[in-house]
Design a protein. Structure first.
Length: 419
């Protein structure tokens, strides 16, 4: 393995008070920011909003769609490509635009639909703005136009017959053409549509390059339920890790590791509040990734502490912890450094969609690496001192062997992994 340092001899435990002080400052800054801002800023995943399903004639440029939405004050909207293969499919003609919740009921639906429609018309609208868009026509409006123009010269039951024709025309548009007709001449495939009808439609309608297929509201109750589930998922992950480490090492190791990870999450959320990033489902995924990454780094150090506890029986527990951290320092810098560079590039060049996700990983990797030797390990040493244990390495937790003879209460500990 690459060694960045030749036998480093840093007194990490002697600097524990500085680590605690730095963490205290970061946590306090985050809490003050939360109070000042009235809490964390949640994305539309958690606040609720309006789903607008839009179908395009050609695969749209998602970045252009996002820019168009920004002009209408919808910069926080989320855009997902949809195809028969599922979300985020490449070269998809259909996108789902999730707009932040504004109002309730039909009024919210109409407002969100109008804003999205205005934004898309500015970029993909009809070439002749004086004519209505055929792809936005409804059965009633089309039937009314056909009845008024009477291209078939019907004299008996004209209204009913044109209503039936209008339904057949729009059914063809919505099924055969997936909601977006690109050429009115294609309507000759519909029963009852003559060249005269097509000519009349051409004079009355323009053809747009998109159509809104469906609009529905995702209420704030759904967002609240998502927030609750996100918190529970994180707590379940921490509880599972606590049980594993308590079984694998000692319960105090598990408690220290979980407290360190909890500390990492709080500081990361504090940075989100300070820099006004929103919490979304992708950020929750990043936080869970951070939990696993930080815990893995902590376990590596704890495992080396347990090994050295068996070898360096005459040294104090604090000295064993220092030596263990120093021995794993090159490994920590190598793994954390390379991971940090990767997510930093993702943050700088990944675009707006991945900005919050990558930011959580950038902050989390730095804080998670620091907490492994600056928070978790000092907590174990502090616990030993408070309990009067660990004056000699072989008498601390996870010493690996039972004491011989009459060594007092500090020696009555089970072997590692067995309590």
């Amino acid at each position: 393995m690459i060694e960045f340092f030749k036998e480093p001899n840093i007194d990490w435990m002697g600097k524990a008070k500085y680590f605690y002080g730095l963490s205290g400052i970061l946590l306090l800054a985050g809490v003050i920011s939360w109070m000042h801002e009235g809490g964390l800023r949640y994305g539309i995943d958690f606040k609720g909003g309006t789903n607008v399903d839009v179908r395009f004639a050609q695969p749209p440029d998602v970045d252009q769609v996002r820019d168009a939405l920004k002009t209408q004050g919808l910069g926080n909207s989320e855009i997902q490509a949809i195809s028969s293969g599922g979300l985020n499919a490449t070269n998809s003609n259909e996108v789902l635009i999730f707009v932040e919740q504004k109002g309730q009921g039909d009024q919210a639906l109409d407002t969100s639909k109008a804003q999205v429609l205005t934004a898309l018309n500015a970029m993909y609208g009809v070439k002749d703005p004086g004519k209505p868009d055929f792809n936005a026509a409804t059965p009633s409006s089309l039937a009314e136009l056909l009845t008024a123009r009477d291209p078939l010269n019907l004299s008996v039951n004209a209204g009913d017959r044109y209503q039936q024709l209008a339904r057949r025309i729009l059914a063809y548009r919505d099924t055969a053409k997936n909601g977006v007709l690109t050429n009115l001449d294609d309507l000759t495939a519909v029963e009852g549509v003559t060249p005269v009808v097509v000519s009349m439609l051409k004079s009355s309608y323009a053809i747009g390059s998109f159509a809104i297929r469906n609009v529905e509201i995702v209420g704030p109750k759904v967002g609240a339920e998502l927030r609750r589930q996100a918190i529970l998922v994180t707590l379940y992950a921490l509880a599972g890790m606590l049980v594993y480490i308590a079984f694998r090492f000692e319960w105090v190791y598990g408690a220290a590791a979980v407290l360190a990870v909890f500390h990492d999450v709080l500081i990361t959320l504090g940075f989100f509040s300070l820099l006004h990033f929103e919490i979304s489902l992708t950020v929750i995924a990043a936080l869970l990734t951070l939990v696993g990454y930080s815990m893995n780094d902590t376990i590596v150090i704890f495992d080396r502490i347990r090994e050295n506890n068996r070898l360096l029986r005459k040294e104090s527990f604090a000295d064993v912890v220092n030596k263990s951290i120093n021995q794993t320092l090159s490994r920590t810098i190598l793994t954390s450094g390379l991971t940090f560079l990767t997510v930093l590039v993702l943050f700088l060049m990944g675009g707006q969609v991945l900005r919050a996700f990558s930011f959580a990983l950038v902050v989390g990797i730095v804080v998670g690496t620091y907490s492994s030797f600056g928070i978790a390990a000092p907590l174990v040493v502090a616990w030993n001192r408070w309990r009067g244990q660990g004056a000699i390495a072989g008498t601390g937790p996870a010493a690996g062997n039972k004491p011989r003879g009459n060594e007092g209460v500090t020696g009555r500990l089970a072997p590692a992994g067995r309590r």
